[in-house]
Design a protein around this ligand. Structure first.
Ligand code: HEC
Length: 442
């Protein structure tokens, strides 16, 4: 994706972006568009020249670009009024609060944001109310006013346990878990689908007692899951980086600093290693009200128990990659890059609201959603498709209009299922299930 390497370098991209930010943000002004086209031509094309969509995609796939760059240049705005104006525009961009939240919770750099900027950001975020509650929480925790991550009030845990027993709607809790603002899915997977920085939560409710689960979220540092301890590594050149060690070779230690790419550290350059709390941020669910918290915990404690929240089977699609229609042929062939993931509920459904949240960023109209199916033994496979009017398997149109559960002959190996959706007319829910084989989650 480094296509722009062969193009002239950006003049001073950070400075440029900061200027654009104070202007009309980078909405539709032609100068702004030129910068974005050069930032990543491929993505620019895929997103149909929409800077906002492009920034969202970049923030999903590249840690050091787009909104992230914007977040890095914002601290340079010394003028308080200007900083506030900039943030007020920034938080209104669709997808930007979520991208910024994800960035803040995963980055050490955010801890050094200057107070002027933090104040402006927090105020702009609070002004948006519920819409940006995740960002507000993340910013609040940076100002140090949030609860310390290492301690949970035993009374609060006990009260929550009673609350869960008295009632708490796990289905509602599942919707809350999937809210982009909480960022749970960027770090955790269920049924293999989701982020890999934190533990897979598939069997959480079956393997861990409820008080442990509540404490894990209210005070993530209280008990750190084995194998997920994080360390801060100081390097010979004086820089430092925190992460969870993933594996090592003779010469390198490979760490996971966040939900994004892994980073190799040359062992000979590491001069100090110190334990750090945990990479799971504290205060994530502070913006939720009591009923919402209770519902979330009701869901987490059900995960893996026999019943509707058993995600151990692979018979339903658990992740869909959303793409615009510009690269339709690649999407149909299963070779398109840069899609935006949407994770399904345990039962395989994605409901309209969640779909709209992500779909709206990719396209205003038609879009393609793809997923992969692995077949073990060749033969007849029945697909059950819900809310889907047009679909292709390995590029071949399926007769879904007349037959919502088509049976097809499939060879052993991976197959690509693509469905067409319209952001303007999304179905109540989308789901794909198979009688044979299993859906892939990578
Ligand atoms: C920035 C990444 C990140 C985000 C966002 C995040 N977590 Fe975590 N989570 C982790 C890591 C890393 C661990 C393992 C270390 C630990 O136990 O503190 C963890 C541990 C947990 C555990 C304990 C699991 C076990 O098996 O011990 C639970 C439960 C949990 N997270 C739930 C959540 C929920 C619910 C959300 C959303 C509100 C969330 N997490 C958001 C990174 C994250």
């Amino acid at each position: 994706m480094n296509r722009y390497a062969t193009r002239p370098p950006l003049p001073d991209p950070l400075k440029r972006l900061a200027e654009l930010a104070t202007d009309l943000w980078w909405s539709w002004n032609s100068e702004g568009r030129r910068v974005f086209r050069r930032l990543d031509y491929n993505l620019w094309r895929i997103t149909a020249h929409n800077p906002v969509r492009m920034l969202w995609l970049i923030s999903q796939t590249k840690l050091d670009a787009g909104i992230i760059k914007a977040a890095e240049v914002l601290p340079d705005l010394k003028d308080e009024a200007l900083a506030l104006k900039t943030w007020q525009q920034l938080v209104q961009i669709k997808g930007a609060p979520e991208a910024l939240t994800a960035r803040i919770v995963r980055s050490d750099a955010a801890k050094n944001f200057p107070p002027t900027m933090l104040k402006a950001a927090l105020r702009a975020s609070r002004e948006q109310g519920k819409k940006t509650e995740g960002l507000t929480a993340a910013l609040t925790s940076l100002t140090g006013t949030a609860a310390k991550s290492g301690t949970a009030d035993p009374g609060a845990i006990a009260a929550m346990l009673t609350g869960i027993q008295q009632g708490g709607d796990p289905a509602e809790g599942e919707r809350i878990y999937h809210r982009a603002a909480l960022a749970c899915t960027t770090c955790h997977a269920i049924g293999g689908a989701g982020g890999k920085l934190g533990p897979d939560l598939t069997s959480l409710g079956a393997s861990a007692p409820a008080d442990y689960i509540v404490e894990s979220v209210l005070a993530p540092a209280a008990k750190v899951k084995e194998g997920f301890s994080a360390f801060s590594y100081t390097l010979r050149d004086g820089t430092s980086m925190s992460g969870i060690p993933a594996r090592e070779t003779d010469k390198e230690l490979i760490i996971r600093p966040g939900p994004g790419p892994e980073v190799p550290l040359v062992k000979a350059n590491i001069v100090k290693r110190e334990p750090v709390d945990t990479l799971m941020p504290a205060g994530l669910i502070d913006p939720l009200n009591y009923t919402e918290k209770r519902a979330l915990f009701a869901f987490l404690t059900q995960l893996g128990k026999a019943g509707p929240f058993d995600a151990s089977k692979g018979n339903v699609a658990r992740v869909w990659w959303l793409h615009g229609t510009a690269d339709a042929s690649k999407v149909l062939a299963g070779t398109a890059e840069g899609g935006m993931p949407v994770y399904t509920h345990v039962d395989g459904k994605i409901e309209r609201d969640k779909l709209a949240e992500t779909a709206g960023v990719v396209s205003d109209g038609p879009l393609l959603a793809s997923t992969k199916l692995q077949v073990g033994t060749p033969g007849k496979v029945k697909l059950d498709l819900l809310g889907i009017r047009e679909a292709w398997l390995d590029g071949q149109a399926l007769p879904v209009a007349s037959e919502p559960s088509p049976t097809i002959d499939l060879a052993a190996g991976p197959h690509t299922l693509v469905v067409k959706l319209d952001a303007k007319q999304l179905p109540e829910a989308v789901r794909a299930a198979t009688s044979e084989g299993r859906f892939l989650t990578e």
